[in-house]
Ligand binder design. Structure first.
Ligand code: DAT
Ligand code: MG
Length: 156
């Protein structure tokens, strides 16, 4: 193999490795409204996640519709979209070994009444709909959701 081919192979392996070590999160409007932003970010960092990108922003209705498009046929879609653009959120890309699965463990079950002790949703979510935090459910979604919110120049 030529040197430049080796470099390409190495770079693409590295890229794949990085992708599987990242996830995407949003602190949802209820978490911000209820004053839990700082405590949730502290839990995320204390659990070993590094912040690769972060912004405090508010979704437009169109952005919320697009972000949750996979749920368009679910009965709660309208409610979910309205809620997600009802107030500011924090969007972030996080890095850690096994990021997607470990972050899902850290946030807990969708419904806080079913979430395990020590999870973010158990501590801070109001309800199944207003459940404090989003976490990507696969490496592919982590990648596309991250790029939905951040340009390459905003990711460190
Ligand atoms: P998760 O956020 O745990 O991945 P999901 O992808 O099934 O859960 O649903 C996305 C969001 O939609 C969820 O965080 C909150 C909302 N949601 C899900 N099920 C709901 C329900 N039965 N009633 C109201 N909102 C719901
Ligand atoms: Mg989901």
């Amino acid at each position: 193999m030529l040197d430049h081919e080796k470099i390409h192979t190495f770079a693409s392996k590295l890229e794949k490795k990085m992708a599987t070590n990242r996830t995407f999160t949003m602190l949802k409007p209820d978490a911000i409204e209820n004053g839990h932003m700082g405590k949730i970010i502290d839990m995320i960092i204390s659990a070993g996640f590094q912040i690769k990108a972060m912004k405090y922003t508010q979704l437009t209705e169109d952005q919320a519709k697009k972000f949750y498009e996979v749920h368009a046929e679910r009965p709660f879609y309208g409610e979910l979209v309205e809620y997600m653009c009802s107030g500011p959120i924090v969007a972030a890309i996080l890095e850690k070994e096994n990021a997607v699965a470990d972050f899902r463990t850290l946030i807990g079950a969708t419904d806080p009444s079913e979430a395990a002790d020590g999870t973010i949703r158990k501590a801070y979510a109001e309800s199944k709909g207003r459940n404090a935090v989003h976490g990507s459910d696969s490496d592919e979604n982590a990648e596309s959701e991250g790029h939905f919110h951040f340009t390459a120049a905003e990711i460190f």
